[in-house]
Design a protein around this ligand. Structure first.
Ligand SMILES: Cc1cc2nc3c(=O)[nH]c(=O)nc-3n(C[C@H](O)[C@H](O)[C@H](O)COP(=O)(O)OP(=O)(O)OC[C@H]3O[C@@H](n4cnc5c(N)ncnc54)[C@H](O)[C@@H]3O)c2cc1C
Length: 809
């Protein structure tokens, strides 16, 4: 065994093997994989090996597409048979909502070049004669689906990595990890110690335990999962003989099951409602290539549906039942990337679909390690999308919810209930008493909208316009015509202090720093010029700053800031030690002025001012800006003052007709002002030139990514963020939700990033990226919304107040 290596990958399941392979592909060959038993000994060996590209998140779908396409290559290079069966697959829908979801998934796949076809139930029956047509109304057919041999694939990755110089030590348990002061690691194994620059936790079923070796509680939990294999069936043999083909795979939403041919019989797996976590607190190290006791009663409801939907199964004998554990993160997506706050420590775990995702996970992690950048948009898989609040109990609640909803639709306006409410701010009860409908982001509850008095505070879930629509319209009117009050605690807030802070931030930010007492907007880039973050920067002293950013990116952004920290600079995540309320609308100044001695006249407190002032008896930081694009203020206080602040503003606002508004109204208001948002318009795959962040981009100083920006400006961006007005279907109006394809001249040329109905302007609006040569004001496009291509015109400027008079009033 080597005593040192550049990288030690812990875990020889399909994921660890893929990471090892991809590291060698990128040229890091002083790499080793350490496996406590034999390769595949965790959840890999008993997987059903199914693979597909379909995923609700197009970026994850793209990585799945990469994974599926990789198998022939590793099979060829390694000589290891992967038993690749590209049978194609059907996702079957039994009702209109599911058909809508399939249409949307098909549309999202278009700009990724995924060829998927919507077919009728009769066509599905022809392809898959075992199904009972009357239970379905249609299906999505995807040729890029099939199944592989899990062991073959893992060995093929391993063999390719070995060919390139990697070493693999089996029967070698990693019992501890110790970090040296220089950030390198001593990996303590049964076979001796390995000194490594980097460690990768690909521990699968034991990823949590490997995390605990360094005091980490990763949000990952194993669930029991069952599939059964039937005896050979005459119906299968007939199909094979008649067509010369294997039956396609089937995914059946109603039955919460998947089905495929296995040998001469069928394999049927379920995601049952009565799901059961496995080893919820600690995975035993003694578990080795074991299966769990099957419990057919638990999956009986799914089997009942299966026997109705595929009657031939009812008469088939069951040859084998497999019950095995595999892991999930709270949202079902993998956990990938550098662990926040721990140098040279990487994870690739919670991969619940290793044969669809393992290749993409390995590729992006290896790129991240070798190039410092994952190279793809992997926001949905970044380990930093969860904070430390995602503990054992939270993970347990969310994973069970996620497992039981595996084949359920999550609607774009749906808020899932498990693990909530968790974080609440002091005004939570006051807003609940005013009929708030709550959503949650990064563990924190935030008001979405306020139901009318006497009506149930609940939103119907839908792809179209919900019962919130008319109420949100009223909230928008309140803001635009009088004054609205909302909670704005759901920003990430950071404080940067200490000698050298200004110099440090200036080097990271694309905009010049504001003067003390002022705020501005800025972006932060990676060396390649991609957007790492987008922030409001408020300066309260020469070396004293507040930064406000997207809350869901709090761990992601703080990992980045801390990774770049300069000597003498202090970076603090303020989290809920600072909470906020925001006033917006033409009467906002009247309300706030009535409760403060400080003059808020525009000449004394102009747009983009940020100062520490008293509101009544409450010490506050007040920024004169809001995301509504109207006259407004964001008021930041310590939590113990928030209730008093709310009561004071509410009281003071009565003569001005104050009303509450929530996040849905805010999204509508920002759309008519053409304000982009993090994780939608601004993501690490875009650049500030493409995103048209020109006002935040000042080339008069040096900053990370500047050379790349200049080069892009010189050659012109390949794509540009467009702002569209869409004509919805008058019969069944629906607005974009994000990721819809944008058509031009009969082909897909781009995609939507986000959008909303702008209630006050009465227009359906969207943002989306299109080739720059097409991004001409007035150009006509089509945006595909739930299977319908709707006309979309590219607008030159915000539909409301393009000169920005309202916010500067
Ligand atoms: C019944 C069933 C059916 C499934 N069907 C499918 C399917 O059809 N398609 C699909 O894509 N996925 C399927 N899966 C899921 C699939 O099995 C997982 O996504 C995949 O195996 C995850 O691989 P992994 O490498 O992350 O974890 P694992 O396979 O658990 O590998 C982790 C490895 O790390 C090793 N290890 C852990 N800690 C240490 C340590 N301290 N020292 C040394 N070694 C260590 C373990 O021994 C283990 O070998 C199924 C799962 C089950 C249970």
């Amino acid at each position: 065994m080597k005593s040192s290596a550049q990288v030690v990958v812990i875990g020889g399941g399909v994921v660890g093997a893929s990471v090892l392979y991809h590291l060698t592909e990128l040229g890091w060959t002083d790499v080793v994989l350490v496996e406590r038993k034999e390769l595949t000994a965790g959840s890999t060996w008993h997987a059903a090996g199914g693979m597909h590209t379909l995923n609700g998140d197009p970026n994850v779908a793209k990585l799945q597409q990469y994974t599926v396409g990789l198998y022939r290559e590793i099979e060829r290079r390694s000589g290891q048979n992967c038993s690749i069966h590209m049978s194609g697959g059907l996702t079957l829908a039994g009702d209109r909502e599911r058909m809508d979801w399939l249409r949307m998934a098909q549309a999202r796949g278009r700009y990724l070049g995924m060829e998927m076809e919507i077919i009728s139930a009769a066509e599905a029956k022809q392809m898959f004669p075992l199904l009972e047509e009357k239970y379905f109304i249609g299906a999505l057919f995807d040729q890029a689906e099939g199944h592989v041999d899990p062991t073959g694939v893992t060995r093929a990755y391993a063999a390719c990595a070995r060919q390139a110089g990697a070493e693999i030590y089996q029967h070698t348990w990693v019992s501890d990890l110790r970090q040296r002061p220089d950030g390198t690691w001593d990996v303590i194994t049964e076979g001796g110690e390995i000194h490594a620059e980097h460690v990768v936790n690909a521990g699968g079923l034991w990823a949590r335990e490997v995390g605990r070796m360094i005091g980490l509680e990763l949000p990952v939990l194993a669930m029991e999962h069952m599939y059964l294999i039937t005896e050979d069936m005459a119906e299968v043999a007939e199909y094979n003989a008649a067509t010369g083909k294997e039956l396609p795979m089937g995914m059946d939403f109603d039955g919460e099951l998947y089905i495929r041919q296995e040998g001469g019989g069928m394999l049927l797996g379920t995601y049952e409602q009565a799901c059961v976590p496995w080893s919820p607190r600690r995975t035993p190290w003694t578990f080795d290539q074991q299966l769990l006791t099957p419990d057919l009663d638990r999956i009986a409801p799914s089997l009942e549906i299966a026997f109705k939907h595929y009657p031939a199964l009812a008469d088939a004998g069951i040859k084998k039942v497999v019950n095995g554990p595999f892991t999930f993160a709270p949202d079902g997506n993998p956990l990938v990337g550098p662990v926040p706050g721990v140098r040279n420590c990487w994870v690739a775990c919670a991969v619940m679909a290793g044969f669809s995702q393992g290749g993409g996970v390995g590729l992006t992690l290896a790129r991240w390690m070798v190039d410092g950048d994952p190279g793809e948009d992997i926001w949905a898989m970044d380990v930093a999308r969860f904070g430390s609040w995602a503990n054992l109990a939270y993970t347990n609640a969310k994973v069970r919810e996620n497992y039981s909803r595996r084949f359920r639709i999550t609607f774009p306006n749906e808020e899932l209930p498990a693990g909530r409410p968790l974080h609440t701010t002091p005004v939570y009860d006051r807003l609940t008493a005013r009929n708030a409908v709550w959503g949650a982001g990064f563990g924190l509850e935030h008001p979405l909208w306020f139901q009318r008095p006497g009506e149930e505070p609940r939103e119907d879930v839908t792809f179209r316009r919900s019962n919130a629509f008319p109420v949100v319209a009223e909230e928008c009117t309140t803001v635009r015509e009088r004054v609205g009050l909302t909670e704005c605690s759901n920003f990430a807030k950071y404080r940067v202090t200490g000698a050298g802070s200004a110099e440090w931030l200036q080097r990271l930010f694309t905009n010049r720093l504001p003067r003390p007492g002022r705020i501005n907007l800025t972006a932060a880039l990676d060396p390649g010029g991609h957007i790492v973050g987008e922030f409001s920067v408020a300066r309260v002293g020469p070396d004293d700053f507040f930064l406000f950013g997207s809350q869901i990116a709090e761990a992601h952004h703080s990992r980045w800031f801390l990774g770049h920290l300069a000597d003498g600079v202090r970076f603090d995540v303020l989290a809920l030690s600072l909470v906020g309320l925001s006033l917006a609308g033409p009467r906002a100044r009247d309300v706030l002025q009535s409760v403060t001695e400080v003059s808020l006249a525009s000449e004394d407190y102009p747009f983009m001012t940020f100062r520490r002032i008293d509101i009544g008896m409450i010490p506050a930081y007040v920024g004169r800006m809001t995301y509504t694009g109207d006259l407004g203020y964001e008021i930041w206080v310590a939590p113990e003052y928030q209730r008093a602040l709310f009561d004071l503003l509410w009281q003071a606002g009565q003569p001005c007709g104050i009303g509450l508004f929530g996040f849905r109204a805010l999204m509508s208001l920002r759309m008519e002002k053409m304000f982009g948002t993090w994780a939608r318009e601004y993501r690490p795959i875009y650049t500030p030139v493409q995103a048209r962040m020109h006002r935040s981009l000042k080339l008069d100083h040096d900053f990370v990514g500047r050379a790349a920006v200049e080069a892009e400006l010189a050659r012109g961006p390949a794509r540009t963020l467009g702002y569209f007005e869409i004509t919805p279907d008058p019969a069944e109006p629906a607005d974009v939700v994000g990721d819809e394809p944008v058509w031009h001249g009969g082909t897909v040329v781009g995609w939507v990033t986000s959008g909303a109905y702008a209630h006050y302007s009465r227009r359906s609006l969207a943002f989306g990226y299109v080739p720059s040569e097409l991004a001409v004001p007035g150009a006509m496009f089509e945006v595909e919304i739930i299977g319908q291509r709707r006309p979309a015109i590219l607008l030159p400027e915000p539909v409301l107040d393009p000169a920005g008079h309202r916010m500067r009033a």
